[in-house]
Design a protein around this ligand. Structure first.
Ligand code: FPP
Length: 245
């Protein structure tokens, strides 16, 4: 089926979040080292970005490195950081051609300084692009993000700029690193694992989940279109009954 043709352009998810899982297993499955899987994951990143731009999805967020990923073997961490820098260099043309603006969430100051510098440069270079915001979650963990938001809100109360009775769900959202992004409508995870692994916990309260039985390096834009097609055939009730919608 050509899923792209069947998509309802009036009901596109405005924000898609992805957990790019299975690079290591994919590589192992063909007798290669884990980093070979990560390298091959870059073309899947391009498929996801270009797929979003092709149909008009405005926000794409990729879980590129979790706060827990620091516990991986040192060599793999180093290779992932180098891959990030090389990918940003190589994909700048893709960003510019497609109108993609780069954004990050997570503890960017944990990254090696040359990675931080590359991110900063690419963010500046793409700042005026407006077709799609690509957010990379790097050294990101949602629980830490919620802790930091809590500290910031308490500080505002202590400073007298915020009253306790004015704290709302929106106050929390506004103090998360995703304050400028809409909540994800759709979350896709590859590799067959069905968990959210400390990803956008507060933001995904009403997100539709799609778990794919392929490894990340195998991901093509057609998978994205199929996931969106399935999303469009779900009923999002947000706690209401079918009849109320
Ligand atoms: C999870 O697969 C993937 C990662 C921790 C890294 C994701 C990185 C990329 C796709 C590379 C390039 C991306 C950017 C944005 C530069 P895994 O290794 O945990 O797979 P496994 O569960 O099979 O071990």
């Amino acid at each position: 089926m050509n899923f792209k043709e069947k998509l309802n352009k009036e009901n596109l998810p405005s924000h898609i979040a992805i957990i790019m899982d299975g690079n290591g297993r994919w590589a192992k499955g063909i007798g290669k080292l884990r980093i070979f899987g990560h390298k091959n994951g870059v073309s899947a990143v391009r498929e996801a970005m270009e797929g979003c731009v092709e149909i008009g999805v405005k926000h794409l967020t990729l879980y590129a490195f979790s706060s827990e990923n620091w516990n991986r073997p040192k060599l793999e961490v180093k290779a992932l950081m180098e891959l990030l820098v090389n990918t940003l260099t190589k994909e700048t043309a893709t960003f510019m051609k497609n109108g993609i603006r780069l954004n990050t969430i997570g503890k960017i100051t944990d990254l090696p300084t040359h990675c931080q510098a590359k991110l900063k440069d690419t963010i500046a270079l793409t700042a005026n692009n407006s077709k799609c915001v690509l957010t990379l979650a790097l050294s990101y963990g949602s629980r830490t993000e919620i802790v930091d938001a809590t500290k910031s809100i308490i500080q505002q109360v202590q400073d007298g700029t915020l009253k306790i009775e004015d704290i709302s769900e929106q106050t929390i959202s506004n103090n998360l690193s995703t304050a400028d992004l809409p909540d994800p409508d759709l979350m896709i995870r590859t590799s067959g694992e069905q968990r959210i692994s400390n990803y956008l916990l507060y933001q995904m309260a009403y997100t539709e989940f799609c778990f794919l039985d392929i490894m990340w390096p195998e991901f093509k834009r057609e998978h994205l279109f199929e996931a969106i097609y399935n999303y469009q055939h779900r009923e999002r009730r947000f706690g209401k009954t079918s009849e109320q919608l």
